[in-house]
Design a protein around this ligand. Structure first.
Ligand SMILES: C[C@H](O)[C@H](O)[C@H]1CNC2=NC(N)=NC(=O)C2=N1
Length: 104
């Protein structure tokens, strides 16, 4: 299956089960993280930006001081969920885990 092909509801459910605490909301998946402060959010986002460029797939991001929310969907698929969104979400979770470990 092409990585930019919209996933079926069953595929979405299966992919979601592999992720840690991401929520399916409309045509996207979303998760927020709480970091120490705004500066840490920005440092974390630099890593996310590098990963997103490598994947050539980019999350929507909203920030409120020490909280950052990522929303992933594939614009090129008409705002649907594709394998690319789940790869990106998995990478974001991995980087967040590392970043939060470093912060301890
Ligand atoms: C031209 C470029 O490859 C595309 O526009 C990529 C870039 N990043 C993207 N990110 C997301 N989230 N959805 C896309 O459809 C998308 N398309």
């Amino acid at each position: 299956m092409a990585r930019t092909q919209a996933l079926s509801p069953d595929d979405v459910r299966r992919e979601l089960e592999k992720l840690d605490d991401w929520t399916h909301q409309g045509d996207s998946i979303t998760k927020s993280f709480t970091l120490h402060d705004f500066q840490d959010v920005i440092a974390f986002l630099v890593q996310i930006a590098i990963a997103a460029e490598k994947l050539n797939h980019h999350p929507d991001i909203s920030i409120s001081y020490n909280k950052v929310r990522f929303t992933c969907c594939t614009h090129d698929a008409g705002h649907a969920l594709t394998h690319l969104d789940f790869s990106l979400a998995s990478r974001i979770s991995q980087l967040a885990f590392r970043f939060l470990q470093m912060d301890k």
